[in-house]
Design a protein around this ligand. Sequence first.
Ligand SMILES: CC(C)(COP(=O)(O)OP(=O)(O)OC[C@H]1O[C@@H](n2cnc3c(N)ncnc32)[C@H](O)[C@@H]1OP(=O)(O)O)[C@@H](O)C(=O)NCCC(=O)NCCS
Length: 178
Amino acid sequence: MDTERLVIRRFVPEDGEDLYQYLSLPEVVLYEPYPVFSKEDCFREALRRYEEKDNNAFWAVCLKHNNKMIGHLYFKQVELEHFMTWTLGYVFNPNYYSQGYATESARRILQYGFEELHCHRIIAGADIRNTASWRLLERLGMRREAHMLQNATFKRTEDGEPIWVDSYHYAILASEWM
Ligand SMILES: CC(C)(COP(=O)(O)OP(=O)(O)OC[C@H]1O[C@@H](n2cnc3c(N)ncnc32)[C@H](O)[C@@H]1OP(=O)(O)O)[C@@H](O)C(=O)NCCC(=O)NCCS
């Protein structure tokens, strides 16, 4: 898929290097349900995404002018199949924040979802402290549907107690996209 400045394509094994440039940073995975990745993890992950190509929810986002992979999108069908509902996620390299690349690529994947996959509804969730994430969802025209209290936990205290976090849930319907 193309946009004005970007190409959105499936992963290739060589993406491991670019993946490492951002998945190795603690600030990038702060609100993600996984810890930082090692270089080896990144090459393994790029290979996995490549091998599962047609059945994998991840899309690499690259700059059109130099093919640099600057982030990725996650787009996967959820709920019962006939609900026609997909969920959206995104992680970008901080060197490319604040230039509208995440918005431009996510908008294109919403278009793909509604116009080619015939999604009925696209949803996304964000930790309420992750302002950059939910502001992006609002730029895309998604509606905040819920503030969920302590509905997720990814980290534990030193005593092993779960640290519960609140999330905002967003959605957009095909009728709203049109
Ligand atoms: C979430 C994330 C992708 C958002 O990145 P981002 O850089 O804020 O988003 P964009 O690339 O769309 O850039 C938007 C900013 O660029 C500005 N901008 C500049 N040119 C623009 C353009 N052509 N189009 C849109 N926005 C543009 C916008 O005004 C906005 O500025 P602001 O941050 O001052 O409001 C990023 O913070 C990230 O990868 N975080 C780590 C992973 C993560 O937490 N993922 C979400 C888990 S739920």
